[in-house]
Structure formats: C-alpha cells, structure tokens
Design a protein around this ligand. Structure first.
Ligand SMILES: O=C(O)CCC(=O)C(=O)O
Length: 268
C-alpha cells in the first residue's frame, strides 16, 4: 500500500519512485531471463530517430553507435516475466495512483541501453505513442539495474502532467519528441533508482534520459497500466484488450472482446 504522502507526491509531480517492489531473488530470475531475451529475440536497432540526437550526443562517431535494445510484450518470452508484469503490488500501487479499482496492462516494453553508447531519450510525453481518451493511464519502469546519472537514469519535468497532451515534433524519420528549447533536459529532475525499484509516471509527464556512459548495461522494462474505461484512440498496441491485473473489467460501450482476442464482434 502506498502512503497518502506518496499519492500526494505523485499527484503534484506526475511521478513516484517506489522502492524494492521486486525482491532480490525475483529480480535475479527476471534479470537472467532478460539477458537471454536480449541475446535472442530483442531488436538491437531500436534507437530513436531524429536530429535531436545531436543535442544529446555531441560526438558524431558516438551518434552512429547509439544503441537501444528493445522488445515489446515480455510475457510472450518468459514465464518469470509473465509473473513479474502481473505482480499484485505493482497493480495495487497503480490502482491507488489512478484512483481506480480496476487496472489493465496495456503493453510492456524493454529499454536496454548498451554500455558506453546506450542511446539517450529526448524529452517527450508517452501519449503520442499510445494516445488515449483521458489521463487514467500510467507507465511503470521496472528497474533491472541501478540507474544513475552516469548510465542515463530517467528524468522528469515535475508537475508537467498538468499540461495535458502536448504537440510533439514528429515525422516518418523522426520519433515524437518535444523541442529542447522549450523543454530542456537540464530542467528535469533526475530520479536515480535501485534495481528492484519501480518508477511510476503519468501518461502526460514530460520525461527523457541521457546517454549510458558506463561500462555496464542499463536495463528497464516499461509497463503501461490503464483504467480499462480509458479508451485508446491510436498507436502502439491499438485494437487489443490487455490482461486485467486488478479488479474486474467494467463494461465499456462499443468494446466486446471477440473470439480472436481483439476488440471486435461478439463470438456467434
Ligand atoms: O528508458 C529510458 O531511459 C527512457 C524511457 C522512456 O522515455 C519511456 O519509457 O517513455
């Protein structure tokens, strides 16, 4: 259970670090599976595109070598991750922060920053990647490694979730991001975390992170958690229901889970 002070902090700032949600033994299993997944299934060419990179990495040679290893839906690859993503403590905390009795997993995504040249993330909100009808959505960053200033920990513009969805720079070869002149990463609050911590943040909180300059990986898995009444209108994982991790799915007009497991016509 989160304390009222933690909920108040989240409401004021749009993010919250919760310590040691995953104990060491569980973390060791998740970490070992993740390493296997990184070597087998993951996409090593997932670095975000755009001119913004030059502002975050001055060295042209390093820019060419910026690496992000990513993969979606970790429960498709590992039973330990299936259990980890559905961890009741994480669902309960999300329910408290969204003030709801029902929570659905929308997606999960691995972000592994390679040693030395692990790619930075420009300041952005997550809403352009998976737009939803309202704000009853948060992301949870499950930390597999200690995240520090040196390896590119997450950074937030405190209170920016109150701005609502913002217009982002985007294009066919440009991943959505905010102009650094208006949303400089230097103004963002660093949130270092220990392996096993979970950092929650609102769908509208502006955030980013710097290059991993250390000789070690910085791995985290983002879990998108929503109130099922918050209907998705586009983007990643559109068109499919997710696993319920807290409560019972409420009936939402126009949403019926089809025999194929997506939103569609009822099975005959
Ligand atoms: O992995 C990171 O450092 C950044 C994460 C992020 O920007 C996101 O999950 O939207």
């Amino acid at each position: 259970m989160l304390t009222p002070a933690q909920v108040e902090f989240f409401n004021a700032n749009g993010y919250l670090r919760v310590e040691q949600v995953f104990p060491l033994d569980e973390l060791a299993r998740l970490s070992a599976d993740l390493n296997m997944i990184i070597d087998t299934h993951a996409d090593w060419g997932a670095a975000w595109k755009g001119e913004w990179l030059k502002e975050y990495m001055q060295d042209e040679d390093a820019q060419q070598k910026a690496v992000l290893v990513a993969l979606h839906e970790l429960h498709h690859y590992s039973a330990n991750w299936m259990r980890g993503l559905t961890k009741p403590e994480m669902a309960d905390a999300a329910g408290q922060l969204m003030d709801t009795e029902c929570v659905e997993i929308h997606h999960s995504t691995l972000h592994a920053k390679k040693p030395g040249t692990g790619q930075p993330f420009p300041m952005h909100q997550d809403v352009p990647f998976y737009p939803h009808s309202d704000g009853r959505y948060l992301d949870a960053l499950v930390h597999l490694d200690d995240a520090t200033e040196a390896n590119g920990c997450i950074k937030f513009l405190a209170g920016s979730h109150k701005l609502g969805p913002l217009e982002h720079i985007s294009g066919p070869e440009v991943t959505p991001h905010l102009p650094s002149s208006e949303y400089p990463i230097s103004k963002a609050v660093s949130v270092p975390a220990k392996a096993g911590d979970v950092v929650f943040f609102h769908l509208w909180t502006v955030h980013g992170s710097n290059v991993n300059r250390t000789p070690h990986w910085r791995r985290l898995v983002r879990v998108g958690l929503r109130d099922p009444r918050n209907v998705q209108v586009g983007g990643q994982a559109m068109g499919r229901p997710g696993l319920m991790v807290k409560g019972v799915r409420p009936k939402v007009a126009g949403q019926t889970i089809s025999v194929y497991g997506n939103w569609g016509a009822p099975a005959k």
